[in-house]
Design a protein around this ligand. Structure first.
Ligand SMILES: [Zn+2]
Length: 470
């Protein structure tokens, strides 16, 4: 059986749909051949029977699980069931795999569906001749496209048989703009998936959260979490996220359990809750993985997945720390954060001396001046010689400043896009609207969604279609 090779970020189910569409195969016959039963039902993002299928199509079973399903995400956030989930997905145990994913018990009320972005579908139809189902669009709770600021469309899966010929995303020019936060969480999920696909991770996510919260000043000196402060700041930041059937948002302003449960290393929580929380804590998923330390309790079964402890970078960090080099120097050589190094030194009983830096009133005023001017947080951190966590803390604790900075960024984006369009117009005065769309794609769509009146006024008049006999 020659199943088409996967496109980037393509779901296994999507490849199978393309296969039956291309070869016009009877679905029952296909299911029997691929999964050993005419009535086999393929889960959209946690399919089972992968070992048998991989043998049939001559591919590596682990690559399929890691690259074309959402198993890595569930295994990362639900370490207790990770080994069983993988085992059931490799065997033909679809119902058990879904049970280990805990999806039913999260009570998110989601009916199974396939999600797609109309703009991605349009681009793919144009470039590849076929649109396909993206893995990153299927993450439960994710409502926007990571690449375009639009909401995903949904197609409920009502029939048992999911490998249906021709069932592929369609292009439509009707779409709804997504809030920046929705796109940001979607992009965070996409990037995280890319990272954990390349390298199988068994990480203690809860400890990574605590380290970052400590940096942001949300941990007391006795090691307790300032839950009230965390939930208040988190809810304020998550307000933009629109509630849908499968988005597990905090229920109310005092929903302390929402955060406590995520900070409990033993608990297994819905991946979306982790994504929403971690994308608030970290600018990018790589930061979270750098902070996360391997969990000792989750090495059940899977010998293929080596924890990150044994990585060369870590050994190098340890060697340099033992040589009594300064934290700044080790951080510069290895590219690891100071927080990571501090934790590593503590774990291996390496004494380190750090010079505590205090946030003086003068320094705070300086940070505020830069922040008001819209300077990037990392640039402020460098100029003031203070950690980025402290900078973020000052910014988030000043009323109205976050909104002002967002507005600054929005204005700056608008200026950038406008300039691009005007430059193109000056260089190509005879260009048509479609040329703008293809040559200045990102700027065109950003302005189309955010500054349409200006765009319409600047673009050339649309060309009237000439009739056949005109
Ligand atoms: Zn898209």
């Amino acid at each position: 059986m020659r199943v088409p090779k996967p496109f980037p970020d393509e779901l296994l189910l999507s490849r199978l749909i393309r296969y039956v569409t291309m070869f016009g195969m009877h679905i029952g016959d296909f299911s029997e051949k691929a999964f050993g039963s005419k009535r086999a039902s393929v889960h959209p993002f946690l399919p089972a029977g992968i070992e048998q299928l991989a043998t049939l199509i001559g591919e590596n079973k682990d690559d399929i699980v890691n690259e074309q399903t959402l198993a890595p995400l569930f295994c990362l956030f639900m370490p207790r069931y990770a080994a069983q989930l993988r085992r059931m997905m490799l065997a033909c145990e679809g119902a058990k795999a879904v049970r280990y994913s805990q999806l039913a018990s999260f009570g998110s009320g989601e009916t199974l569906c396939l999600k797609w972005c109309p703009l991605c579908a349009g681009n793919e139809l144009q470039q590849l001749g076929v649109a396909y189902w993206h893995r990153s669009h299927q993450v439960p709770g994710i409502t926007a496209c990571p690449f375009h600021p639009v909401l995903l469309r949904r197609m409920p899966l009502v029939r048992r048989q999911r490998v249906m010929a021709g069932c592929l995303p369609e292009y439509t020019d009707r779409y709804i703009s997504a809030e920046p936060l929705e796109t940001r969480v979607a992009h965070f999920a996409y990037e995280l998936l890319q990272l954990i696909t390349c390298e199988s991770c068994q990480l203690n996510v809860a400890s990574a959260y605590r380290l970052r919260l400590a940096e942001l000043g949300f941990i007391t000196k006795h090691g307790s979490v300032r839950r009230e402060g965390v939930i208040k700041a988190f809810i304020a930041a998550a307000e933009e996220y629109r509630a849908a059937a499968d988005t597990l948002l905090p229920r109310h302003a005092q929903d302390y359990r929402y955060v406590s449960q995520l900070l409990d290393p033993e608990s297994n929580r819905h991946p979306f809750r982790h994504l929403l929380f971690s994308s608030w804590l970290y600018r990018q998923p790589q930061d979270m993985l750098d902070y996360a330390l391997p969990s000792a309790s989750i090495s059940a079964g899977n010998k293929r997945d080596k924890p990150r402890t044994s990585s060369n970078v870590e050994r190098k960090c340890l060697r340099l720390l033992k040589e009594n080099r300064s934290m700044a120097e080790v951080s510069r050589i290895t590219g690891k954060s100071r927080c990571y190094l501090k934790r590593l030194a503590q774990l291996h009983d390496i004494p380190i001396t750090t010079r505590p830096r205090t946030l003086t009133e003068e320094c705070k005023q300086r940070i505020l001046r830069f922040a008001q001017a819209g300077v990037h947080r990392s640039a402020i951190s460098k100029r003031c010689g203070i950690g980025i966590g402290s900078v973020e803390q000052v910014i988030s604790s000043t009323p109205g400043l976050v909104e002002r900075r967002k507005l600054c960024h929005w204005e700056s984006m608008r200026r950038r896009c406008r300039v691009q369009i005007i430059k193109y117009r000056n260089a190509h005065p005879e260009a048509h609207r479609k040329d703008y769309k293809s040559r200045c794609n990102a700027a065109f769509f950003w302005l189309y969604l955010n500054d349409r009146l200006w765009l319409q006024a600047v673009l050339p008049e649309p060309v009237k279609p000439a009739g056949r006999y005109a």
